[in-house]
Design a binder for this molecule. Structure first.
Ligand code: FES
Length: 589
């Protein structure tokens, strides 16, 4: 699969920084000497940028300080020159209002760091939710030889002998606490036991979904996405990644050689078979379009109709990522998917995906189901359309009470998150289990950043009546670790005047998952009257990154990328813009 012609040292991009004999390269070499390196340690070697999203506030990446040393070891062993470059950490639990606001920020940083420094290839170290798509989007746009190094899931949580899953059990026990079913002391026990090691969330949240999608795309070494973060095999794989990226530079094996419409289909099929996070839809659309693949929501729905759910992992299933790894991991699941996966697609190790998964075995077919005994035969995801979502909305039917798959009920409307937080538990709120909870202004522009607010809370008075699921609709996203009959990603969003903005209390809303419909049951004339009367809210930001975001972010059905980051004709023609820019005369200090 590799390109047959190997690069010469003089053809390396970094040669322009180090190899030529001029005043400028003197500066680069003397400053490298300042760091303790002599010429023979780097001259003529591929320079590998290691983009590390480690920080003191990202618990999912706390092992990256060690892993980066293992990557460097592999790079040295293979005759490369490693350069570690810290980039934005996007720590899901801590960054507000949402890491999604900053996904494009990290993707821009990734592209620009690679462009502006003497990188010949790169290793991307990520895993916590948005870090994976952000790093990949930037690297795809830059198109240097790239390997993604997934953080790996943390160990299973444990409390009083019960296995705890990230997110999913937080929502479950929080509901139990609010309903008086567990004590404050129990709740503190859950707090202490739910996250027991380094690594990303170990349910099938966005992190496990996107790292698996990255592997199916061919962007990680085979089998890497499933290895738990503290496992010594994770460290071994990190060193292998370092060795392999050096070879990829000589082979000039780039993302554009790996990412095709078919490998994108493999990533989508993987996401569906995992019953992965709905967030992956937004991210895979953005990735695909950076690579020039014109992916739309409809492709997810088409593949969903034929793809069985095989991963019995929470929140849709029963187990956790540690169990999934011991059951054979992603390679075993991809092998079981058989003809639903296109094995001809190239991957970073120089072999095809089919070669990488050949012979992979399932060791526990309760955790990774056989195609003859799937968790769900198909339809792990549904794309809805109708007068309430002309450009689409999504739902994860497997995470919803089946009784709610076809449901019509009166809307209870919240104008924004603060309105919802203030009134949802008001005992005078007119709501029952047949109502449809509606949250507006939680989309890419309006929230801003489309936070994971889509698992709208069940009112306390209904929780006390043991109501555990209701139809809830919004233009927000939902954590992959969440569950419920939550319609998400409604496009266009309310803030920009989508029909969601026009919903009023008491309007009937029709959800029909088998029919793929989401409709507001009012007349066209009434809808037009409300549209004419609609007044936009003032912009959320007046300056800074937020102001740039609100002007340029695309809607959810278009992947929430910035319009100016979409692939342009110059890149399609193969021009390496980075080299053109890098060859300008720099300042010499
Ligand atoms: Fe980092 Fe969930 S908090 S992946």
């Amino acid at each position: 699969m590799s390109n047959s012609k190997r690069k010469l040292p003089e053809e390396l991009r970094s040669h322009r920084w180090y190899g030529v004999n001029d005043l400028r390269s003197f500066g680069h070499r003397s400053r490298t000497a300042q760091m303790g390196y002599s010429r023979e340690e780097y001259a003529g070697k591929p320079v590998i940028a290691i983009l590390n999203t480690w920080s003191d506030i990202n618990p999912c990446h706390s092992h990256f300080k060690d892993r980066v040393e293992e990557v460097k070891r592999g790079i040295w062993q293979a005759g490369g020159f490693p350069i570690e470059l810290p980039v934005s950490t996007l720590s899901e639990p801590f960054q507000k209002p949402t890491t999604m606001l900053y996904r494009n920020f990290l993707s821009m940083e990734t592209e620009e760091v690679l462009r502006s420094y003497p990188a010949d290839g790169c290793v991307l170290m990520g895993g916590c939710d948005k870090t994976t798509p952000a790093l990949l989007m930037g690297a795809i746009s830059m198109n240097l030889p790239t390997i993604f190094l997934p953080a790996g899931p943390m160990l299973s949580g444990n409390w009083n002998g019960k296995k705890l899953g990230s997110g999913s059990d937080t929502w479950k026990y929080w509901a139990d606490l609010r309903a008086g079913k567990i004590t404050e002391q129990d709740w503190q026990g859950v707090e202490g036991g739910i996250a027991r090691s380094a690594g990303h969330c170990m349910t099938m949240g966005t992190a496990s979904t996107m790292t698996s999608a990255a592997e199916a795309l061919g962007m990680t070494l085979p089998g890497f996405a499933s290895i738990p973060a503290p496992d010594s095999r994770h460290a071994q794989m990190s060193a292998k990644t370092g060795r392999r990226i050096v070879e990829m530079v000589w082979e000039d094996l780039k993302p554009s050689d790996l990412i095709t419409a078919k490998s994108i289909d493999n990533a989508i099929t993987t996401t569906l078979a995992l019953s992965g996070s709905t967030n992956a839809i937004v991210h895979i659309i953005a990735l695909a379009r950076r690579a020039g693949v014109e992916l739309t929501l409809d492709r997810f729905d088409e593949l969903s109709r034929r793809t069985p759910v095989l991963a019995n992992v929470r929140p849709t299933g029963e187990y956790l990522m540690e169990d999934f790894y011991y059951a054979g991991g992603l390679t075993a699941m991809l092998a079981e998917l058989g003809d639903l996966i296109d094995g001809t697609q190239a991957t970073v190790n120089g072999c095809s995906l089919g070669e990488n998964i050949a012979g992979a075995e399932i060791f526990n077919d309760q955790v990774i189901r056989r195609r003859s005994n799937p968790l769900m035969p198909n339809n792990g995801l549904a794309v809805l359309r109708g007068n309430l979502a002309p450009n689409g909305a999504v739902i994860k039917p497997g995470a919803a009470d089946p009784k709610l798959h076809v449901h019509t009920g009166p809307a209870v409307v919240f104008e924004d998150y603060n309105d919802m937080a203030a009134r949802i538990d008001d005992e005078h709120l007119e709501i029952d289990e047949n109502s449809v909870i509606v949250l507006k202004n939680a989309g890419p522009v309006g929230a801003p950043g489309m936070p994971e607010w889509g698992q709208l809370p069940i009112p306390k008075k209904l929780l006390l009546k043991n109501v555990r699921d209701m139809v809830r609709i919004s233009d927000a996203r939902m954590s992959g670790t969440s569950y419920g009959a939550c319609v998400l990603h409604i496009a266009p969003e309310a803030f920009v005047g989508g029909p969601l903005a026009l919903v009023e209390n008491g309007d009937l809303i029709e959800l029909d998952v088998p029919g793929r419909k989401l409709n507001l049951k009012i007349s066209d004339a009434e809808l037009a009257r409300r549209r004419a009367a609609w007044q936009p809210l003032p912009p959320r930001f007046e300056r800074g990154y937020g102001a740039l975001h609100q002007v340029h972010v695309l809607q959810a059905d278009n992947g929430c990328d910035f319009d100016f980051l979409l692939r342009k004709k110059a890149q399609e023609s193969g021009a390496d813009q980075s080299v053109d820019k890098a060859s300008g005369e720099p300042e010499i200090h």
